[in-house]
Design a protein around this ligand. Structure first.
Ligand code: UD1
Length: 375
């Protein structure tokens, strides 16, 4: 049986790795967990390990923040000796963060097999760092494990051999379904002082939204407007908090109906999303979680790598302007009143994706074509 080495680094990796680690443990596989330390604040990292029941990492590379080049290079330098010491047959990488591509590049050059969980998603927006990470990681990966059929199509269109592509479904949904009852048990709306079903939940952290003062000001104005309709719970990412300060944009915390919250743990977030009237976000994961929970979602972006959440789910793209968000909120509230809201659960978003990831790795171990010839 192969030895696996999982690499995680940033907040959205943790809920994806949890079900795969657990399925591999049940199959009796030997495995290691490496945390690159890309995210390091308690609220961005340890809080998630605790909520998700993840084992403590076997190694923490402690890379911290920096420019993309600094962060990527540091991960590569510190990851190489770990691979030499642990000698896994496979590394498993998740999603699209800098830790994903950096560790995959090191492993590829050492001839260690790479499984990429959440392969094949494409926004077709090369200005997004995550898009660069996705395309390169899929080019490097031996086994590309996809969450939705559109991802298979994207990979085939890029000329990737079909033998390397496996549709497994969405691992994040495994975690959501496993923990939803615990999240509900926290009674988060009461804990933050809002009424179930009568508030909005907001997260914003993409560079395209928060690194430009004009765009961030528009978004804060949109939140202020929304706060006049209903209380707004805004869980503020450290990057966003920093930018609000840098650009001197912050209204007093008590202004309007907007509550500025610290970044929340996984259960707290799911607990608030589940009971919200709507979500406004630029997160990838929340687009999927709202689809499964049947909560209307507005994604403040020009594109999404998760189009299935729009075609089958509750997601809708909206421009990052006060006017566009105002109109979209009005449309959601009208649709809710008319009862014209019917989400569908996409194929393979069923709580068993982690098992299928492990089946794919174990099943294909011996039969994978060698990558030593043409790439
Ligand atoms: C990263 C991912 C993004 C993901 C997001 C989730 C990349 C390219 N981006 O973006 O895809 O959606 O994580 O959060 O990998 N910071 C802290 N404490 C922390 C971590 C970060 O204060 O624990 C601050 C630092 O000022 C840092 C900034 O946030 O410079 C950005 O962190 P970084 O990991 O570079 O990118 P994210 O914006 O978090």
């Amino acid at each position: 049986m192969p030895t696996l080495l999982h690499v995680v680094g940033a907040r959205p990796n943790f809920m994806k790795a949890a079900p795969v680690l657990s399925a591999a443990r049940e199959r009796g596989l030997s495995q290691f967990l490496v945390h690159t330390g890309q995210h390091y604040d308690h609220s961005m990292s340890e809080a998630f390990f605790a909520d998700l029941g993840l084992p403590a990492p076997d190694e923490n590379l402690g890379v911290g923040s920096g420019t993309h080049a600094e962060q990527t290079a540091k991960i590569m330098l510190r990851f190489e000796p770990v691979l030499d010491r642990r000698r896994p047959q496979w590394i498993i990488v998740y999603g699209d963060v800098n830790s994903t591509v950096a560790s995959a590049l090191v492993a590829a050059k050492k001839g260690i097999r790479i499984a990429h969980v959440e392969a094949g998603l494409r926004s077709r927006d090369w200005s997004m760092p995550e898009e660069i990470n996705r395309v390169l990681t899929d080019r490097l990966g031996d086994l590309l494990l996809t969450p939705s059929r559109d991802a298979d199509e994207n990979l085939r269109a890029e000329g990737i051999a079909v033998e390397r592509i496996r549709f497994v479904g969405n691992v994040m949904v495994d975690t959501l379904l496993r923990l939803i009852d615990r999240a509900r048990g926290l009674r988060m709306p009461a804990a933050v002082g809002v009424e179930p079903g009568r508030y909005a939940f907001v997260t914003l952290h993409r560079p395209s939204n928060v690194d430009d003062p004009g765009t961030l000001a528009e978004l804060l104005a949109a939140l202020d407007d929304l706060g006049r309709e209903m209380p707004v719970c805004f869980a503020v990412h450290p990057r966003t908090r920093q930018r609000i300060q840098d650009f001197r944009l912050a209204p007093p915390p008590s202004a309007g109906g907007v509550r500025f919250l610290e970044p929340l743990g996984y259960l707290e977030t799911v607990g608030l999303v589940d009971q919200s009237a709507l979500v406004l976000t630029d997160s990838g994961g929340l687009q999927e979680e709202t689809t499964v929970l049947g909560v209307p979602c507005l994604t403040a972006r020009a594109n999404t790598e998760r189009p299935i959440t729009v075609t089958d789910g509750t997601n809708r793209l909206v421009a990052s302007t006060r006017a566009a968000i105002g109109q979209a909120v009005a449309a959601i509230l009208a649709a809710r009143r008319n009862g014209s809201f019917e989400p569908r659960r996409p194929e393979g978003w069923d709580g068993r994706a982690g098992e299928r990831v492990v089946d794919a790795i174990v099943g294909e171990e011996s039969s994978l074509p060698s990558r030593s010839g043409s790439p």
